[in-house]
Unconditional design. Structure first.
Lengths: 126, 294
């Protein structure tokens, strides 16, 4: 699994990629924890860009659950974007549509969460 | 309704054609998954009967034994996951317990096993006291992580996460292995916990698995409620190289359609999660009266 993150205005976009199986779920947790801590403390929105995620196991989904609950308890918005069709199926089977808002694309998530971040995203894509 | 709608415009010339049509409807339409609480028989080929838990399913089981064998004395070996009510409530209605000559050996790791079974037959809960049962009833305390030879089976227990503890069982005989693991929560917080179950399930022919909740429920609003999910069952069985996962201990609020949908989704998740170059894991959903031949 690979992991990267970037900041667009007030939003952090975190992008894991590859297979989030049980061992990689622990890696995702370690990568995500400081980002979620900071975003929740600052009430800054977090977008998880799943465009590059090919599979996620129950342990990986639990990492997302913990992150989403921490963000929500800090009144900080959180969303997931860009689910591949098979990962979207897993979200449905696991009933995760009730856990976190899911958007078709990162752009859609940013438009919903932060106009400055959406503008910055648009500028970065031109 | 679905069966009638499907039959509209069709003609059935023989009973066979009608039966073929009914069989094509699927269990959620043609019948029901049922609603008995846990009781699973393991048929060993020996003369003794082997059961897991004493939920309401033990009542029809007892009736079937009497129908097949009449009043001939029988020996029953019962392995208890734990003593919560849904797992013991069938025993007062187990007719063979009332017949002198029958022998019932109840095994478990809980110190309060005998107390729990006696107490549910005390007034005002039940009119017949435990002491009035005619069969010879013995309680056998087992310990986890030890091997036992009972009724022709190698038996091993494993501690599981559940209020008051529960125990999973691994039964092996004639190179066939059955895992009975119900009322078992998986927290998904560390790899060591998962590996412990993978080792216990290793190369099993059948895993009867607690899949009561969705994954999201099991790790959020129903965390610490002591049950697991279909996704975790698939993953543990795949990692263990098991051959058949049977979803068990269905959520009581789920109707037949929902259970059928969960089964179909679980079979799809098995495809999505299956590692390359590995054989498919068969996935089924338990129903009252289900028989699985190993």
């Amino acid at each position: 699994m690979e992991f990267s993150s970037r900041r667009l205005a007030d939003v952090v976009v975190a992008a894991p990629a590859g297979q989030i199986d049980h061992p990689n779920a622990m890696k995702l947790q370690r990568a995500l924890t400081p980002i979620v801590d900071e975003a929740a403390a600052g009430k800054n929105p977090l977008v998880l860009d799943f465009t590059g995620v090919e599979y996620i196991s129950s342990m990986g989904l639990r990492v997302l659950m913990v992150a989403a609950r921490q963000m929500k308890s800090g009144n900080a918005p959180v969303a997931i974007a860009g689910l591949q069709p098979e990962v979207a199926e897993i979200f449905e089977i696991a009933r995760f549509r009730f856990v976190v808002d899911v958007f078709p694309t990162v752009r859609d998530a940013l438009v919903a969460l932060s106009a400055p971040a959406a503008a910055a995203y648009g500028a970065s894509r031109t | 309704m679905a069966a009638l709608r499907g039959a509209a415009g069709r003609t059935f010339a023989t009973d066979g054609e009608l039966e073929t049509y009914v069989d094509s409807l699927g269990l959620a339409v043609s019948g029901t998954f049922g609603g008995h609480s846990p009781c699973v028989e393991i048929v060993t080929g020996g003369s003794d009967f082997v059961l897991c838990d004493l939920g309401t399913g033990v009542r029809p089981f007892g009736q079937s034994v009497i129908a097949r064998h009449g009043g001939a004395p029988q020996t029953f070996h019962v392995f208890m996951s734990h003593v919560h009510w849904d797992h013991i409530m069938g025993f007062p209605f187990f007719a063979p317990a009332y017949r002198p000559g029958n022998r019932i050996r109840i095994y478990g790791a809980h110190a309060e096993l005998e107390t729990a079974l006696r107490r549910q037959q005390e007034p005002p809960s039940f009119p017949v006291d435990f002491s009035a049962l005619g069969a010879t009833i013995e309680f056998m305390r087992l310990e986890p992580d030890r091997d036992y030879e009972i009724a022709g089976l190698n038996v091993r227990l494993m501690l599981q996460r559940h209020a008051g503890d529960s125990y999973g069982y691994r039964f092996t005989a004639a190179h066939k292995t059955v895992i009975y693991t119900t009322d078992s929560e998986h927290t998904l917080t560390d790899l060591t916990e998962s590996q412990r179950f993978v080792d216990f399930f290793r190369d099993a022919d059948l895993v009867v698995f607690d899949a009561m909740y969705s994954l999201a429920d099991s790790i959020s609003v129903k965390a610490d409620w002591g049950h697991s999910s279909n996704l975790v069952g698939v993953e543990l069985c795949q990692m263990a190289g098991a051959r058949h996962l049977c979803l068990f201990h269905h959520e009581p609020v789920h109707g037949d359609e929902t259970i059928a949908r969960v089964l179909a989704e679980t079979q799809r998740y098995e495809e999505l999660a299956r590692p390359d170059q590995t054989r498919p894991l068969r996935v089924s959903a338990a129903y009252d009266g289900m028989e699985i031949v190993l």
